[in-house]
Design a protein around this ligand. Structure first.
Ligand SMILES: [Cu+2]
Length: 399
């Protein structure tokens, strides 16, 4: 619980790249006072109906994975529309946009977290892994709880047309959003002024936001201004994450993803360094943070965590999860209440350059890392790929 609070407060302090002071407390776990502050002459607000675009995750110039909404506190009126947009870049992390009264207790209390389905099951990756369809597919519940299973495989909710958002729903979930997807939320005219929390069911407590519904007479920032600030925030996070390229590494160490200090909601989804020379018989430590699947001789079918069928059913691509010719990795972390796995070193495994070899999904919440260790027994140049992030590439040169 304490850790979840830390994440929430770091998020509140660090995610507003606009340079404007962040209003205190709105992202705190319990202090969700409406943020209908008066709008000064410098930022002309509006009381007209509008559609506000909000970015979901994303990367800037290909440099990093941003795990946040572009605006983590949005003000709007009943009748407005929120247009959540995924970036178009292939290979980005999937996300959800999930509102509902289950969200706040779900990311702040152990009891609450047991009522909120995760997309990915919480267990060591093996071929039996199944997504929770209630999280992976759209689900709109006025009352009651969505189907949930810690080991995965919970069924989908009953299919229904997306209703307007009233603020009283227990669970109001976009389902998985893939690159290019959009999720529009119309705020019902009956929605009461107040603050409503939303989150991503993939990235949990590190990827949250608040919607403040203002009284109709109170101006809120214009959509264009909100969107400008959002782009600035996303860019700022990506550029800060890119500083991870300069992170010093030890001999025979390759980082798989780099998380910056005080930067919980973006990270560099790259290998650092991208070329590493070792002698035959030496062991390289691939140190993974967040979620990566390190592979040699991968083919097209191996890439991507999920496959979405035309009917919306989401299947996990077990090729990206399950280790091949490698030790079993630790269980996937649950991002709702972070489990900090630190300094897990898997037993070394040898590689002679032939055939598919894959770590399976290494999933860990910073600051720790899971170390996947490979002893290279044969001279050659080997391409390293990540099965989660298609454009993560590096070379190991064994001399
Ligand atoms: Cu997410």
């Amino acid at each position: 619980m304490a850790l979840a609070l830390v994440w929430a407060s770091v998020l509140a302090a660090g995610c507003d790249g606009s340079g404007a002071p962040t209003a205190g407390g709105e992202a705190g776990p319990t202090a969700v006072a409406p943020e209908t502050k008066p709008v000064g002459p410098a930022t002309v607000g509006t009381t007209e109906r509008q559609t506000i675009s909000i970015g979901v995750g994303g990367r800037v110039e290909g440099i990093s994975a941003v795990l946040t909404f572009s605006n983590t506190s949005v003000q709007a009126h009943a009748g407005d529309e929120l247009d959540f947009r995924m970036p178009d870049t292939e290979g980005d992390d999937p996300h959800t946009v999930t509102f509902g009264t289950l969200v706040e207790p779900g990311i702040n209390t152990a009891e609450g977290s047991r009522k909120l389905p995760q997309v990915f099951p919480r267990q060591a990756p093996d071929a039996s892994l199944q997504a929770n369809q209630s999280a992976a597919q759209p689900c709109f519940l006025a009352t009651g709880l969505p189907p949930i299973a810690l080991e995965g495989g919970a069924p989908a909710c009953e299919k229904r047309a997306q209703p307007e958002f009233t603020g009283t729903e227990t669970f109001y979930n976009s389902g998985l959003l893939l690159p290019g997807d959009r999720f529009k939320v119309r705020i019902a005219s009956s929605a009461k002024p107040g603050t409503y929390q939303y989150m991503c069911l993939v990235h949990g407590g590190r990827m949250t936001g608040t919607l403040t519904v203002a009284d109709a007479s109170v101006p809120v920032p214009r959509a264009a201004e909100v969107e400008r600030q959002g782009r600035q925030t996303t860019q700022g996070l990506a550029f800060r994450a890119a500083e991870g390229r300069n992170r010093p590494t030890a001999a025979r160490q390759m980082l798989a993803g780099v998380v910056g200090q005080n930067l919980p909601n973006a990270y560099l989804a790259e290998f650092v360094p991208t070329r590493l020379s070792v002698a035959t018989g030496e062991t390289v430590s691939f140190d993974a943070v967040v979620a990566h699947s390190i592979a040699f001789n991968a083919t097209e079918d191996d890439f991507g965590l999920i496959r979405r069928a035309p009917d919306g059913t989401v299947a996990l691509n077990t090729r990206a999860f399950v280790p091949v010719d490698s030790p079993i990795p630790p269980p996937l972390f649950t991002a709702y209440l972070p489990v900090l796995t630190s300094g897990v070193e898997l037993p070394p495994t040898t590689f002679d350059g032939r055939g598919l070899k894959s770590s399976g999904l290494l999933s860990v919440d910073p600051p720790g890392a899971v170390s996947y260790r490979v002893t290279f027994t044969t001279p050659g140049t080997y391409e390293v790929r990540c099965l989660v992030h298609r454009d993560m590439r590096a070379q190991i040169i064994v001399g």
